[in-house]
Design a protein around this ligand. Structure first.
Ligand SMILES: [Fe+2]
Length: 187
């Protein structure tokens, strides 16, 4: 069961419209290394963890990733708020508008629909944790690209926060991976 708190994990307060940046950030909603995929990946992998340590960690981080989905959507919403059709077109979201209007839809920065093909699931907890670690590194790299593309401090601050969370998640997965490798796979 989940409970919902009506606030984002880190405050989002973007005052300047920037459709171009919204399109790039959308990749962390529906792109291959995005937050939606991360949430699905971890909330699936939790079931085949061998004990409560793994189930708890995967549930905690998977749930946090849902909070990051919310942050990303809020950033895209604020960056496109009151944008005209011409501004959407100039910023590269004309095609998105044609299909989805101003609704949020999980695509990557090039408009490719969200796909589960990038979510590995092997039924082997060591392989799955390796995948989770790689996913965190790929998300970190994507956030670094987004930070390079951003110019507004109010955009950069939450991106830096999200990047840092990927580093924390990677380290927590790595710790567990090493414990499990030692305890379950050393024979
Ligand atoms: Fe993460």
């Amino acid at each position: 069961m989940f409970t919902y708190q009506k606030r984002t994990q880190y405050p989002i307060d973007i005052k300047h419209k920037d459709v171009r940046m919204a399109r790039y950030i959308l990749t962390q909603y529906g792109g291959p290394y995005g937050e939606l995929g991360a949430a699905i990946r971890y909330l699936n992998h939790r079931y085949t963890m061998p004990d409560e340590r793994g189930k708890t960690l995967l549930t905690d981080i998977g749930t946090e990733e849902l909070g990051h989905v919310e942050m990303i959507c809020m950033m895209v919403y604020q960056l496109t708020k009151d944008a005209t059709i011409q501004e959407l077109e100039e910023g590269g979201l004309g095609g998105n508008f044609a299909t989805h209007g101003i609704d949020m839809f999980p695509v990557d920065a090039n408009g490719q629909d969200f796909s589960v093909t990038g979510i590995g699931a092997t039924g082997d907890f060591i392989a799955n944790l390796s995948e989770d670690m790689a996913a965190e590194e790929k998300a970190r790299a994507t956030y670094e690209h987004l930070i390079d593309l951003a110019t507004d401090a109010e955009v950069i601050k939450p991106l830096l926060f999200l990047r840092q969370r990927e580093v924390v998640h990677f380290n927590r997965f790595k710790e567990l991976y090493e414990v499990y490798k030692r305890e379950y796979k050393s024979k």
